[in-house]
Design a protein around this ligand. Sequence first.
Ligand code: HEM
Length: 320
Amino acid sequence: MASSGSASWVTLALLLFITLAATANGDELSTSYYEKTCPNVQHVVRSVMASSVAAQPRMAPAVLRLFFHDCFINGCDASVLLDTAPFSASEKDVEPNASLTGYTVIDDIKSHYCPATVSCADVIALASRDAIALLGGPTWSVPLGRKDSRFAANPESTEKGLPSPHDILGELVTMFSRLNLDARDMTALSDAHTVGMADCMHYSDRVYSTDRDEEIDPSFAQTMQLMCQGPSGKAPFDVQTPMRFDNAYYRNLIARRGLLTSDQTLYGGGGLQDNLVEMYSTDGEAFARDFAKAMVKMGNVPPPMGMPVEVRLKCSTANY
Ligand code: HEM
């Protein structure tokens, strides 16, 4: 009896040791991280993404949004993929995440190749880069070596940690600065809203307000009101080229055709912020450079100190 008791204490101590040994420690990421251990990973991610997006184009914006929502809450640690567990509620169920999709393509990639070696967090980072390239946007080398957190963030911090579509400039600057992303990074990253769609509940405040004609192009407001009342209630961020990753987002802002309040707030207040939007609207190369840089910077946000991490075998559950 006594010996089986002490054996289980030893097991418990061992588990604790392993867990503590593998806590988030801010190790440097590297583009050659899987060169020896899983050399074809980039090729596999690209080809699974290509076939998924060919079959279902909406997977591309969906995966990109997953990456943003992952990195903003507890760093880029794939915590957004975890289902509810006995001691950890899922981030998926919190309102801003309720409309996330794209989980299936991440699971699909994960099951294809090196599931015990390549983290779910790295799969999301690579898949987002490839999603953008498949939509005709810029590409870059993705630093790798992220680990997956064993626990999701609690619902309250998930809700507070994500920007709201009703936020105005100052609030957005503060939220992004918590992740060491400055106003320039934020302005570049927001171009992600050149692809994909939003639900009426997220843009109705903007398109139905009648007392702010100077802040919204009236014909745009009218079109969006019709979409709001349409069967899905969804509207594309960019009406002209909804699935092309370009810098039309900034031209839309200048034309007062930003869909969300949090989009339009990036332009119109004057100063450096307006200069930036104007520059990105005409200089596609400067935009592509800054966007890629900001994606790498956002992708570098580590999990909180002391968070136990691992390479999850299945992205929706911790390993044991
Ligand atoms: C600046 C703060 C941001 C706010 C307030 C915000 C909010 C939103 C909202 C409300 C939607 C519509 C969701 C729906 O109705 O289904 C959306 C969609 C989207 N967001 Fe953001 N977002 C922000 C920044 C970003 C960033 C930085 C990225 C990526 C780098 C991103 C990527 C996307 C994409 C790709 C979609 C379209 C998803 C789809 O069509 O499936 N967003 N965002």
